[in-house]
Design a protein around this ligand. Structure first.
Ligand SMILES: *Cc1c(COP(=O)(O)O)cnc(C)c1O
Length: 251
Protein backbone atom coordinates (compact mmCIF):
# COMPACT_ATOMS: atom_id res chain seq x y z
CA UNK A 1 0.00 0.00 0.00
CA UNK A 2 1.36 3.41 -0.93
CA UNK A 3 1.23 6.05 1.79
CA UNK A 4 0.01 9.52 0.93
CA UNK A 5 1.56 12.76 2.07
CA UNK A 6 -0.68 15.38 3.77
CA UNK A 7 -0.85 17.10 0.35
CA UNK A 8 -2.20 13.91 -1.23
CA UNK A 9 1.04 13.21 -3.07
CA UNK A 10 2.48 9.72 -3.37
CA UNK A 11 6.06 9.33 -2.15
CA UNK A 12 8.15 6.90 -4.19
CA UNK A 13 11.63 7.36 -2.76
CA UNK A 14 13.40 7.92 0.55
CA UNK A 15 16.80 9.58 0.56
CA UNK A 16 18.77 8.71 3.68
CA UNK A 17 22.08 10.33 4.57
CA UNK A 18 25.16 8.47 5.76
CA UNK A 19 27.41 11.25 6.95
CA UNK A 20 25.75 14.65 6.67
CA UNK A 21 28.07 17.32 5.33
CA UNK A 22 28.36 19.62 8.33
CA UNK A 23 27.61 17.46 11.37
CA UNK A 24 28.58 14.02 10.06
CA UNK A 25 25.26 12.54 11.20
CA UNK A 26 24.12 9.06 10.13
CA UNK A 27 20.51 8.09 9.54
CA UNK A 28 19.33 4.71 10.96
CA UNK A 29 19.50 2.82 7.66
CA UNK A 30 17.93 -0.47 8.80
CA UNK A 31 14.87 1.34 10.19
CA UNK A 32 14.51 3.29 6.96
CA UNK A 33 14.97 0.13 4.88
CA UNK A 34 12.20 -1.59 6.88
CA UNK A 35 9.78 1.23 6.06
CA UNK A 36 10.85 1.27 2.41
CA UNK A 37 10.24 -2.46 2.15
CA UNK A 38 6.76 -2.25 3.66
CA UNK A 39 5.72 0.59 1.36
CA UNK A 40 7.78 -0.46 -1.69
CA UNK A 41 9.72 2.76 -1.80
CA UNK A 42 13.03 3.27 -3.54
CA UNK A 43 15.75 3.65 -0.94
CA UNK A 44 18.65 5.89 -1.81
CA UNK A 45 21.57 6.48 0.55
CA UNK A 46 23.62 9.63 0.19
CA UNK A 47 26.96 8.33 1.45
CA UNK A 48 28.95 11.01 -0.37
CA UNK A 49 30.86 11.77 2.84
CA UNK A 50 30.45 8.69 5.00
CA UNK A 51 30.89 6.03 2.29
CA UNK A 52 34.63 5.86 2.87
CA UNK A 53 34.04 4.33 6.30
CA UNK A 54 32.93 1.14 4.56
CA UNK A 55 36.61 0.45 3.93
CA UNK A 56 37.22 0.22 7.68
CA UNK A 57 36.22 -2.97 9.50
CA UNK A 58 36.19 -0.97 12.73
CA UNK A 59 33.95 1.89 11.60
CA UNK A 60 31.79 0.46 8.81
CA UNK A 61 29.02 -0.37 11.31
CA UNK A 62 27.97 3.28 11.03
CA UNK A 63 26.56 2.44 7.61
CA UNK A 64 24.90 -0.81 8.64
CA UNK A 65 21.85 -1.27 6.41
CA UNK A 66 23.34 0.43 3.37
CA UNK A 67 23.45 -3.01 1.73
CA UNK A 68 19.64 -2.86 1.55
CA UNK A 69 19.59 0.37 -0.50
CA UNK A 70 18.49 0.51 -4.13
CA UNK A 71 21.07 3.16 -4.91
CA UNK A 72 23.99 4.84 -3.20
CA UNK A 73 26.03 7.99 -3.82
CA UNK A 74 29.65 7.85 -2.73
CA UNK A 75 32.34 10.44 -3.31
CA UNK A 76 35.80 8.89 -3.37
CA UNK A 77 37.10 12.48 -3.60
CA UNK A 78 36.13 13.02 0.03
CA UNK A 79 37.27 10.52 2.72
CA UNK A 80 39.19 8.34 0.29
CA UNK A 81 41.31 11.26 -0.83
CA UNK A 82 40.96 10.77 -4.60
CA UNK A 83 41.77 14.11 -6.31
CA UNK A 84 38.68 16.15 -7.23
CA UNK A 85 36.45 15.19 -8.82
CA UNK A 86 35.34 11.59 -8.37
CA UNK A 87 31.69 10.92 -7.49
CA UNK A 88 29.97 7.58 -7.90
CA UNK A 89 26.31 6.61 -8.20
CA UNK A 90 25.85 2.90 -7.58
CA UNK A 91 22.60 1.10 -8.35
CA UNK A 92 21.51 -2.40 -7.46
CA UNK A 93 19.55 -2.94 -10.66
CA UNK A 94 21.82 -4.02 -13.47
CA UNK A 95 21.37 -2.10 -16.70
CA UNK A 96 19.44 0.75 -15.08
CA UNK A 97 22.02 3.46 -15.68
CA UNK A 98 22.35 2.46 -19.31
CA UNK A 99 18.58 2.45 -19.75
CA UNK A 100 18.26 5.91 -18.17
CA UNK A 101 21.23 7.65 -19.67
CA UNK A 102 22.28 6.13 -22.95
CA UNK A 103 22.02 8.30 -26.00
CA UNK A 104 23.72 5.85 -28.33
CA UNK A 105 25.57 8.71 -29.97
CA UNK A 106 27.42 6.93 -32.77
CA UNK A 107 30.05 9.63 -33.01
CA UNK A 108 31.05 8.91 -29.39
CA UNK A 109 30.59 5.25 -28.56
CA UNK A 110 30.76 3.12 -31.69
CA UNK A 111 29.09 -0.27 -31.29
CA UNK A 112 31.40 -2.09 -33.75
CA UNK A 113 34.58 -2.27 -31.67
CA UNK A 114 37.07 -5.14 -31.56
CA UNK A 115 36.44 -5.54 -27.80
CA UNK A 116 33.38 -6.17 -25.65
CA UNK A 117 31.57 -2.82 -25.62
CA UNK A 118 30.07 -3.59 -22.19
CA UNK A 119 33.31 -2.09 -20.92
CA UNK A 120 32.38 1.28 -22.42
CA UNK A 121 31.04 3.10 -19.38
CA UNK A 122 30.50 6.36 -21.24
CA UNK A 123 27.01 5.59 -22.40
CA UNK A 124 25.83 4.67 -18.91
CA UNK A 125 26.50 7.99 -17.24
CA UNK A 126 25.00 11.45 -17.41
CA UNK A 127 28.53 12.82 -17.31
CA UNK A 128 29.77 11.83 -20.78
CA UNK A 129 33.47 12.76 -20.88
CA UNK A 130 33.83 12.91 -17.09
CA UNK A 131 33.22 9.19 -16.63
CA UNK A 132 37.00 8.68 -16.74
CA UNK A 133 37.13 10.27 -13.26
CA UNK A 134 36.73 6.78 -11.87
CA UNK A 135 40.13 5.84 -13.30
CA UNK A 136 41.73 7.86 -10.48
CA UNK A 137 39.95 5.70 -7.90
CA UNK A 138 40.99 2.53 -9.71
CA UNK A 139 44.64 3.58 -9.76
CA UNK A 140 44.60 4.61 -6.09
CA UNK A 141 42.92 1.37 -5.07
CA UNK A 142 45.55 -0.62 -7.01
CA UNK A 143 48.31 1.33 -5.29
CA UNK A 144 46.99 1.36 -1.69
CA UNK A 145 44.91 -1.78 -1.70
CA UNK A 146 41.78 -2.18 0.43
CA UNK A 147 44.00 -2.51 3.49
CA UNK A 148 45.78 0.74 2.65
CA UNK A 149 42.44 2.55 2.54
CA UNK A 150 41.45 0.95 5.83
CA UNK A 151 44.62 2.18 7.53
CA UNK A 152 43.95 5.67 6.15
CA UNK A 153 40.34 5.77 7.37
CA UNK A 154 41.25 4.36 10.79
CA UNK A 155 43.94 7.01 11.15
CA UNK A 156 41.43 9.81 10.44
CA UNK A 157 39.17 8.44 13.13
CA UNK A 158 42.07 8.18 15.58
CA UNK A 159 43.10 11.76 14.84
CA UNK A 160 39.53 12.98 15.30
CA UNK A 161 39.41 11.19 18.66
CA UNK A 162 42.73 12.68 19.67
CA UNK A 163 41.68 16.19 18.59
CA UNK A 164 38.44 15.80 20.53
CA UNK A 165 40.26 14.65 23.66
CA UNK A 166 42.71 17.56 23.57
CA UNK A 167 39.97 20.16 22.97
CA UNK A 168 37.84 18.70 25.72
CA UNK A 169 40.56 19.40 28.25
CA UNK A 170 40.79 23.06 27.26
CA UNK A 171 38.22 25.34 28.83
CA UNK A 172 38.39 27.97 26.08
CA UNK A 173 37.10 25.47 23.47
CA UNK A 174 33.59 24.07 23.42
CA UNK A 175 32.77 20.96 21.42
CA UNK A 176 29.67 20.89 19.27
CA UNK A 177 29.99 17.44 17.67
CA UNK A 178 32.59 14.80 16.99
CA UNK A 179 32.92 12.39 14.16
CA UNK A 180 35.53 12.30 11.38
CA UNK A 181 34.66 15.95 11.76
CA UNK A 182 35.24 17.71 15.02
CA UNK A 183 33.02 20.73 15.30
CA UNK A 184 33.93 23.18 17.98
CA UNK A 185 33.70 26.73 19.18
CA UNK A 186 36.63 28.73 20.38
CA UNK A 187 36.08 30.97 23.36
CA UNK A 188 32.48 29.85 23.73
CA UNK A 189 31.13 33.36 24.18
CA UNK A 190 28.08 34.06 22.15
CA UNK A 191 28.56 37.79 21.80
CA UNK A 192 31.61 36.90 19.73
CA UNK A 193 29.49 35.55 16.89
CA UNK A 194 32.13 36.79 14.50
CA UNK A 195 35.09 35.21 16.24
CA UNK A 196 35.45 32.20 13.92
CA UNK A 197 35.44 34.37 10.75
CA UNK A 198 37.94 36.72 12.42
CA UNK A 199 40.33 33.93 13.35
CA UNK A 200 39.93 32.46 9.87
CA UNK A 201 40.79 35.83 8.33
CA UNK A 202 43.97 35.89 10.45
CA UNK A 203 44.78 32.36 9.29
CA UNK A 204 44.58 33.48 5.68
CA UNK A 205 46.67 36.59 6.29
CA UNK A 206 49.38 34.64 8.12
CA UNK A 207 49.16 31.56 5.91
CA UNK A 208 49.87 29.11 8.73
CA UNK A 209 46.71 26.96 8.85
CA UNK A 210 43.34 26.79 7.10
CA UNK A 211 40.13 25.66 8.73
CA UNK A 212 36.57 26.19 7.64
CA UNK A 213 33.77 27.43 9.84
CA UNK A 214 30.02 26.97 9.62
CA UNK A 215 27.07 28.97 10.71
CA UNK A 216 24.55 27.01 12.76
CA UNK A 217 21.15 28.60 12.25
CA UNK A 218 20.96 31.68 14.42
CA UNK A 219 23.71 30.37 16.70
CA UNK A 220 27.34 31.33 16.76
CA UNK A 221 29.70 30.24 13.95
CA UNK A 222 31.71 27.13 14.77
CA UNK A 223 34.89 25.68 13.35
CA UNK A 224 34.70 22.43 11.46
CA UNK A 225 37.79 20.27 11.39
CA UNK A 226 37.66 17.42 8.88
CA UNK A 227 40.33 14.74 8.73
CA UNK A 228 40.69 13.67 5.11
CA UNK A 229 44.37 14.08 4.33
CA UNK A 230 46.50 10.97 4.81
CA UNK A 231 49.56 13.12 5.55
CA UNK A 232 48.05 14.64 8.72
CA UNK A 233 49.80 13.70 11.99
CA UNK A 234 49.17 14.37 15.68
CA UNK A 235 51.78 17.11 15.65
CA UNK A 236 49.72 18.95 12.99
CA UNK A 237 46.69 18.71 15.26
CA UNK A 238 48.67 20.16 18.17
CA UNK A 239 49.95 22.95 15.94
CA UNK A 240 46.45 23.80 14.75
CA UNK A 241 45.15 24.15 18.28
CA UNK A 242 48.11 26.32 19.27
CA UNK A 243 47.52 28.52 16.22
CA UNK A 244 43.82 29.03 16.96
CA UNK A 245 44.71 30.07 20.50
CA UNK A 246 47.46 32.36 19.31
CA UNK A 247 45.38 34.01 16.57
CA UNK A 248 42.32 34.37 18.80
CA UNK A 249 44.16 35.58 21.86
CA UNK A 250 43.55 39.30 21.34
CA UNK A 251 40.08 39.16 19.78
C1 LIG B 1 29.62 16.62 -0.85
C2 LIG B 1 28.26 16.07 -0.65
C3 LIG B 1 27.38 15.99 -1.71
C4 LIG B 1 27.69 16.61 -3.06
O1 LIG B 1 28.44 15.75 -3.85
P1 LIG B 1 29.06 16.27 -5.24
O2 LIG B 1 29.55 15.04 -5.89
O3 LIG B 1 30.15 17.24 -4.91
O4 LIG B 1 27.95 16.94 -5.98
C5 LIG B 1 26.15 15.39 -1.51
N1 LIG B 1 25.81 14.91 -0.29
C6 LIG B 1 26.64 14.99 0.78
C7 LIG B 1 26.20 14.43 2.11
C8 LIG B 1 27.89 15.58 0.63
O5 LIG B 1 28.71 15.68 1.69
Amino acid sequence: MQPLSPQGQTPFCVVATAGSTVFGAFDPLHDIADICEIHRLWMHVDAAWGGGLLLSRKHSYKLSGIERADSVTWNPHKLMGVPLQCSALLTREKGLLGACNQMQAEYLFQPDKVYNINFDTGDKTIQCGRHVDVFKLWLMWKAKGTYGFEVQIDRYMELAKYFYKVLKKKDNFKLVEQYVFVNFLFNDICIYTQIAPKIKAQMIVEGTVMLSYQPCGDKVNFFRMVFSNPATRQTDVDYLIDEIQRLGKDL
